[in-house]
Design a protein around this ligand. Structure first.
Ligand code: TYM
Length: 334
């Protein structure tokens, strides 16, 4: 089988970066010839800091609503919350014993997030990529759609699988393929074209949230940082213009076009002309999703039922794989 797994942290609201870099691809792969499993990674969401319990519950349900509103169907995909499938944490522990300290300390996301104050970072933040490898390998997933920033973690996932297979002389865990595709694998901040759009950026104007209304979206795009030149009609003209490039990438990804196609249409436009076009496009694509999210959030019990059903389906796959892992390792009772 060709099996897809991917996850998103319920550590805050969804951004346009999550939507274009990840969720849009999740929906596409669901419609292709894959078995698809999508996950709210709540165990990961507490690694940076412990969240208020009500906030974590809210974020998790809202993320589930965001998945469903974007087109992920609980009838076609398995939709789960990580902590509801205990095998994630169990295999995560095993991988803590497979991964090496040196590998983990080279992770750029660890270095960025822990910064100069690693003494004060949680042990969970350091081990984060081993749990991520467990998420994926627990299902023997073959394909993992993600944004560019997760590439290094997926290479580590392959290293963990290879070391486990080698050390036990088995051919058990697959080497997973990252799927990093499209015009928006790295959506940048609207305020600074050298920074990734992120839910943790202190400036709300730097990102579009999936729950922003039409006015907020239009205003953020109008205020987005740009340069004074008109848009080029060829892709080479975007070199060294990170802010212009970012807005064109966003337009292309929202409209399912290539950057070349977009530039053929908007080349020559000043930003005063292009930005309203982009705002209209963004509102037309995002407003139906945020409307549907609000509708779904009015019935949290229904979301919880979907996640309970997903956990049951997921465990049918994960429990035998964990059992076999324990047998390989030599754990009595497995
Ligand atoms: P997270 O929650 O930071 O982001 C979720 C997904 O959104 C993508 N993304 C972006 N893509 C393009 N531009 C951006 N500005 C942008 N910001 C975020 C991310 O690349 C990701 O695909 N470690 C993961 C969660 C995870 C996971 C997994 C992913 C846990 N286990 C197993 C895949 C497989 C993370 O922190 O994603």
């Amino acid at each position: 089988t060709r099996r897809v797994f991917s996850g998103i942290q319920p550590s805050g609201g969804l951004t346009l970066g999550n939507y274009l870099g990840a969720i849009k691809r999740f929906v596409q792969m669901q419609e292709e010839d894959y078995e698809t499993i999508y996950c709210m990674v709540d165990l990961h969401a507490i690694t940076a800091k412990l969240l208020d319990p009500a906030e974590l519950r809210h974020n998790t349900r809202e993320l589930a609503a965001g998945f469903i509103a974007s087109g992920i169907s609980p009838d076609k995909s398995i939709l789960i919350n990580q902590s509801q499938v205990p095998e994630h944490a169990q295999l995560g522990w095993i991988f803590n014993c497979v991964a090496r300290m040196g590998w983990m300390s080279r992770m750029t996301q660890w270095k960025d997030k822990a910064g100069k104050n690693a003494e004060n970072a949680s042990l969970g933040l350091f081990a984060y990529p081993a749990l991520m490898a467990a998420d994926i390998l627990l299902y023997h997933a073959t394909h993992v759609p993600v944004g560019e920033d997760q590439k290094q973690h997926l290479e580590l996932t392959r290293d963990i699988a290879a070391k486990f297979n080698h050390d036990y002389g088995v051919d058990f865990f697959p080497l997973t393929e990252p799927v990093i595709k499209g015009a928006a694998t790295r959506v940048m901040s609207l305020r600074d074209g050298s920074k990734k759009m992120s839910k943790s950026d202190p400036s709300d104007a730097s990102r579009i949230n999936m729950t922003d209304d039409a006015d907020a979206i239009a205003k953020k795009i109008r205020k987005a940082k740009t340069d004074p030149d008109a848009l080029p009609s060829e892709i080479e003209g975007l070199e060294n213009r990170p802010e212009a490039r970012n807005l064109v990438n966003i337009y292309a990804a929202l409209n399912d076009q290539t950057v070349e196609e977009v530039l053929r249409e908007v080349g020559g436009d000043q930003f005063g002309v292009f930005k309203p076009k982009l705002a209209d496009l963004a509102v037309s694509k995002l407003a139906p999703i945020s409307g549907e999210m609000a509708r779904l959030m009015a019935d949290p019990a229904e979301i919880d039922r979907i996640l309970a059903k997903g956990a049951e389906q997921a465990r049918e796959i994960s429990a035998p794989i964990l059992k076999r892992t324990y047998e390989i390792i030599g754990m009595v009772g497995a």
